[in-house]
Design a binder for this molecule. Structure first.
Ligand code: FES
Length: 106
């Protein structure tokens, strides 16, 4: 089972095991990682699940949809590694991936 590493904006680190097929938002909520809200339940319409993926890992992830890209444009602290965590599925290939949680979700 892949291990994912969530890092809060204050540096608090959460190492969690994630079942393949879940998305990064679901994994965060189930493991009580603060800072990821997931208000729309994962249907890519709220952007309250914004996270920053370390750039080295981005090539292992599927490309963003137009909708995800549009929503990220509206996030105040968007960065090169920004993704919506509900749109990224856990696979064995992301074992050890670092996911940074923003200080706030707007
Ligand atoms: Fe709403 Fe991800 S949970 S866009």
């Amino acid at each position: 089972m892949p291990e994912l590493i969530y890092i809060e904006s204050n540096g608090t680190t959460h190492r969690v095991n994630a079942a393949p097929g879940q998305n990064l938002m679901q994994v965060a909520l189930r493991n009580m990682v603060p800072g990821i809200l997931g208000d729309c339940g994962g249907i890519c319409s709220c952007a309250t699940c914004h996270v920053m993926i370390d750039v080295a890992w981005l090539e292992r992830l599927p490309a963003m949809s137009e909708t995800e890209s549009f929503l990220i444009e509206g996030v105040s602290d968007a960065q090169a590694g920004s993704r919506l965590s509900c749109q990224v599925k856990v696979t064995d290939s992301i074992d050890g991936m670092v996911i940074r949680v923003p200080a706030e979700q707007f």
